[in-house]
Design a protein around this ligand. Structure first.
Ligand SMILES: *[C@@H]1O[C@H](CO)[C@@H](O)[C@H](O)[C@H]1NC(C)=O
Ligand SMILES: *[C@@H]1O[C@H](CO)[C@@H](O)[C@H](O)[C@H]1NC(C)=O
Ligand SMILES: *[C@@H]1O[C@H](CO)[C@@H](O)[C@H](O)[C@H]1NC(C)=O
Ligand SMILES: *[C@@H]1O[C@H](CO)[C@@H](O)[C@H](O)[C@H]1NC(C)=O
Ligand SMILES: *[C@@H]1O[C@H](CO)[C@@H](O)[C@H](O)[C@H]1NC(C)=O
Length: 483
């Protein structure tokens, strides 16, 4: 008897307990907004007619607090990172959702974050990696949006038009989504979208040139000179094992430098760190990559510019101290992991994509602060083959998406910032172009770090950023008024 009562009580509270667990599990806090985490089963391969299709759980986030029946849906088409990162750094959508009575949906790109088609073995073999491609991701997005529209059609959250948003690779996906599914997607706002990612379509040197421009502007020439000197010193010191050990301990590397290949990894990591610092050069502290202070380029350069040193060892020490604003700003880093590309799942997926479909030529020249590095297709192809046993298909993008003539991208905004290295193969505004003759819209932001206009508004925002956001809002309003 008493057992039965206990059972009854248990059963009565079970849904509550489950409810709490689900609540804790499925609500993601983004800024101050509670965003619901959801999953949908999508086919692993959208292009195989085999039945029954193998499926996996694709993650997406929904914020419907401001949405009313028939209101638009702002769709962030996830790119090469965990979708929660995009959600945390795209506050603009939350800022404007009330004005539009809009719902916001962030969709994760397959193979990133938690959307792994083969769970923890997704990266274990090329066989498992082969569905990691933009075409499959676009189909995931279309599949989910179609389903969402259907499911909500008779409810108080029936959806209005879909507007896609994306920065960098996610921006290319937004533009392609509009191009491929014009009846589903009313328009797309993209920022720093690498539309010209094929060899020969842009010059390879802009990436490092723009990063250098940011350092020249905010860190002064002296800083750029010290950075150039640093390459020489690190290269010469790391020729001996003793020198490698010294660098390893100064930078507190997680794994000591042991071979010339390790030194190459260090040099690549350093180049990437400078580029990232220039990208996140926001006027407030942020954590887009690592946590960094406000104006990180200035802070880093101030440390370099005021440092004094008499020998190379002192130089390395003060250099390592300056780098801490990126590697250890919180003071919580145990060690510096320069080898993360070899084991971080998101990085593996991205390297697979850049070695197969998204060929993004990057080179450094005498006109930037980086070590001179040529780019050619054969070397890149060999490198991919050596590392991952795959070779890029230079014609795949063309045979899949057609040429890089933007003429058919109607209702797409292509923004790029003159101070964002990631804009290097984006669409720049050519001031002499006749804008009335093009169905797409290019928009140039003079001064903004990476995707800054997509971030939540802040009192430090400059006028270019405010103007860009206003332009997006009025453009979306125009699209929504189109029949
Ligand atoms: C993968 O996940 C399964 C089940 O969650 C676990 O048993 C297994 O140890 C994991 N394998 C690896 C390589 O992490
Ligand atoms: C739509 O409803 C079906 C059936 O309940 C469900 O399996 C699917 O996940 C829903 N899709 C979305 C996007 O909500
Ligand atoms: C460099 O050497 C000079 C002269 O030997 C010395 O006065 C100075 O303190 C040294 N600077 C540093 C940073 O050690
Ligand atoms: C980070 O800073 C803390 C506190 O100063 C220090 O204990 C730790 O060793 C540092 N880690 C790295 C990688 O610099
Ligand atoms: C800009 O447009 C002019 C006129 O159409 C053209 O001659 C020039 O090459 C273009 N510049 C760039 C950078 O595309």
């Amino acid at each position: 008897m008493s057992v039965k009562i206990k059972n009854n009580i248990f059963l009565k509270f079970l849904p509550v307990v489950i409810g709490i667990v689900i609540f804790l599990k499925e609500i993601e806090s983004v800024h101050t907004h509670s965003v619901e985490t959801k999953y949908i089963q999508v086919p692993v391969d959208h292009f195989s007619p085999t039945e029954p299709a193998k499926t996996f759980n694709l993650r997406y986030l929904v914020y419907a607090k401001n949405h009313i029946k028939g209101g638009p849906v702002f769709v962030y088409t996830g790119g090469e990172r965990d979708i929660t990162v995009a959600a945390r750094h795209t506050g603009f959508l939350f800022d404007i959702a009330p004005t539009f009575n809009a719902m916001i949906v962030f969709i994760e790109h397959r193979y990133y974050g938690r959307s792994l088609p083969f769970g923890n073995t997704s990266f274990a073999s090329l066989e498992n990696l082969r569905y990691c491609m933009s075409t499959q991701a676009l189909s995931d997005f279309a599949y989910l949006l179609n389903d969402l529209k259907k499911n909500l059609s008779d409810t108080s959250h029936a959806t209005g038009p879909f507007i896609a948003f994306g920065g960098y690779y996610a921006g290319t996906l937004s533009a392609l989504l509009r191009l491929r599914y014009p009846d589903l997607i009313k328009g797309a706002i993209t920022s720093s979208a690498p539309m010209f990612y094929l060899p020969g379509s842009t010059s390879c040197e802009d990436y490092y040139k723009i990063a250098t421009r940011v350092f020249m502007k905010y860190g002064e020439e002296r800083c750029v000179r010290t950075i150039k000197l640093a390459w020489e010193i690190i290269i010469s010191i790391s020729k001996t094992k003793k020198g490698m050990d010294f660098i390893s301990s100064s930078l507190k590397l997680c794994k000591d430098l042991e071979t010339p290949e390790d030194v190459e990894v260090l040099l690549d990591w350093l180049a990437e760190t400078y580029v990232k610092l220039s990208m996140v050069n926001y006027p407030y502290s942020s954590d887009y990559y690592n946590p960094v202070p406000a104006n990180p380029v200035l802070v880093f350069c101030n440390k370099l510019n005021t440092a004094h040193f008499n020998d190379t060892r002192q130089f390395i020490e003060m250099f390592a101290a300056a780098l801490k604003i990126y590697t250890n700003y919180t003071g919580k880093a145990i060690c510096t992991d320069i080898f993360y590309k070899q084991h971080n799942a998101n990085e593996l997926a991205w390297q697979y994509q850049t070695c197969t479909e998204l060929i993004m030529p990057k080179c450094s020249t005498d006109y930037d602060m980086f070590i001179t590095k040529n780019w050619n297709y054969e070397d890149m192809s060999l490198d991919c083959y050596r590392k991952y046993n795959i070779k890029p298909r230079p014609n795949w993008a063309f045979s899949t998406y057609g040429g890089q003539n933007l003429h058919y991208y109607s209702n797409v905004v292509f923004s790029s910032s003159m101070l964002d290295p990631a804009s290097y193969n984006a669409v720049y505004l050519n001031k002499s172009d006749d804008k009335s003759k093009q169905p797409w819209i290019s928009y140039r932001i003079e001064e903004a770090p990476h995707l800054m206009e997509f971030r939540t508004s802040d009192r430090t925002d400059n006028s270019y950023i405010i103007k860009a956001r206003n332009f997006y809002v009025s453009t979306i309003k125009n699209w929504l008024n189109q029949k």
